[in-house]
Design a protein around this ligand. Structure first.
Ligand code: HEC
Length: 354
């Protein structure tokens, strides 16, 4: 009964394959700290002297976000001056793709107008903004930052201690990386220049904190990836592949021009029989682009890791054997007497051999 299934390779093979797989994924070493899990920027509505500001307004550009306050004696001015220097080391075309947003955690004293005047001392294009105390708290939390209002002196003046790192949001609005206070501007501008040309490679995220645990006969799906993947799937894929991933009911019918309607991505289709690399390539490059019905290319819309997140979500619909097969931990021996589809159906859970 387990005839159709052979475990391919042992633990060593799987681990070495995983290590080799990660190594060729880009070699740039970031100076900043790359978050192991990108964080979707919250939709907080901020107020600036020029009007309302939402982080999602800047999709397509990189955003440098800094929490501070205008009464800040030294840390904030040094950071803003340093960011200005880093942008100055980029070409004007590159710098134009980076938006700096200073968010005050001291809305009681910092009006949008005062913030506008403050940031323009550093650069005309910087945005100074703030919100209500609740909005700021929510946003600070979402970014994993901190601040504390210190006790006021006899004149009512107070200091605010706050996280002093500069946060980077990528073009699709995810917080992906930060630089600690005091990072030299040349290191920041090198990272920015790299990011203007590339996405953060998955390898860098893995190096900064292992998120994938390759296990023989079990594929670890990380809940945060699945959750983000679901959102991305619903916004980019569900209109053709179905909210349930079942594809178009007519997906197996070949149309006159040789094209096919969107196939299932869940375990009822063929997607799980294709290697990870092929899946990634299909999603990034599209398929049958010359035909009216085709799989569109997502390489300019989605970052590599967003596609990985989508695949994590897709994989929640596959059973353990389909997961193992797709990851190369298991192979299926075709039954020569059966119809082509038959060898794939009697899948049962298998225990890995030692
Ligand atoms: C506009 C409709 C449309 C959208 C949107 C779309 N697809 Fe597709 N997709 C298709 C069609 C049509 C095919 C079949 C192409 C062919 O075989 O010619 C396909 C094929 C695929 C395949 C190959 C499946 C297999 O069994 O080989 C994968 C994987 C896939 N799509 C994933 C995705 C993902 C992930 C998204 C969202 C990021 C997405 N698609 C968005 C229409 C779409």
């Amino acid at each position: 009964m387990k005839r159709g299934l052979i475990i391919l390779g042992g633990l060593l093979l799987a681990l070495s394959a995983a290590v080799l797989g990660f190594q060729h994924l880009g070699s740039y070493q970031f100076n900043g700290y790359v978050l192991p899990e990108p964080v979707k920027a919250p939709e907080t509505l901020l107020r600036s002297a020029e009007g309302p500001v939402r982080l999602s307004d800047f999709k397509g550009r990189l955003v440098l976000l800094y929490f501070g306050y205008t009464f800040c004696p030294d840390v904030c001015p040094t950071s803003l001056a340093n960011i200005k220097l880093a942008l100055g080391e980029l070409s004007p075309q590159e710098a134009a793709q980076v938006q700096v947003i200073f968010v005050s955690v001291d809305p009681a004293r910092d009006t949008p107008e005062a913030l506008g005047r403050y940031v323009k001392m550093f650069d005309e294009n910087f945005i100074g903004s703030t919100g209500t105390r609740e909005e700021i708290d929510w946003m600070v939390n979402a970014f994993g930052a901190k601040y504390t209002l210190e006790a006021p002196d006899e004149n009512g003046n107070y200091n605010v201690s706050h996280s002093a790192f500069t946060m980077l949001l990528d073009r699709s609005g995810y917080y992906v990386m930060n630089w600690p206070h005091g990072t030299p501007s040349a290191e920041m501008s090198a990272d920015l220049r790299y990011l203007l040309e590339h996405e953060i490679p998955v390898s860098a995220q893995i190096l900064s904190g292992p998120t994938y645990t390759p296990v023989v006969c079990a594929v670890t799906l990380i809940p945060a990836h699945v959750q983000n993947g679901q959102w991305l799937y619903e916004h980019h894929c569900s209109q053709c592949h179905g909210i349930d991933m079942a594809g178009n009911p007519q997906w197996q019918v070949e149309l006159a021009d040789g094209s096919h309607l969107a196939p299932p991505l869940n375990g009822s289709g063929d997607a799980w029989k294709v290697s990870e690399q092929t899946l990634l390539a299909t999603i990034k490059e599209g398929r049958n682009l010359d035909k009216p019905i085709h799989m569109p290319a997502f390489k300019s819309t989605l970052a590599d890791w967003e596609v990985e997140f989508i695949l994590s979500y897709v994989k929640t619909t596959w059973d353990i054997n389909q997961l193992n097969y797709q990851h190369g931990f298991m192979t299926l021996t075709p039954n020569p007497t059966a119809t082509p589809a038959a060898p794939l159906s009697p899948l049962k859970t298998v225990t890995p051999s030692p």
